[in-house]
Write a protein that binds this ligand. Sequence first.
Ligand code: DQA
Length: 151
Amino acid sequence: MKILVMNGPNMQLLGRRKAEFYGVKTLPEIEQSLQKTAEELQIEIEFYQSNHEGCLCDKVAESIGHIDGIVINPAAYTHTSVALRDALEAARIPAVEVHLSNINARDEFRKISLTAPVCIGQIAGLGADGYEWALRALVRKLQTEQSGKEQ
Ligand code: DQA
């Protein structure tokens, strides 16, 4: 099983962004601990970050056929990107949306996620741990579905 962990714009700046919302961990630190979780779960994991909407859409499309699930923090594109939503919808790869901060308790414009409706679930407000819960939940769901198919 192979999972893609995608991050949108400015997530490469984690560690410098407002700690009260995003914590102090850098993206490589988050990815390192997800790599360990992936080893524990005996799955393959790939990481991708881009500041560019089209690159994120390309990555989703390129994942068709060889990625089983996506953990995605679309960052600011969560609230604006019809293109990324359409890409996720068309790819039909089960995806879980993650936000470090609780987007529902912040600015009004952050309360709307264009991408969440095409994801199977969303985790927000649990900091970097949210990525780990998302990965574990996604893998469990995919494994349950796979074993159901085998029966
Ligand atoms: C974010 C929340 C977004 O509103 C914001 O634009 C981000 C990060 C989060 O992880 O809390 O860049 O997705």
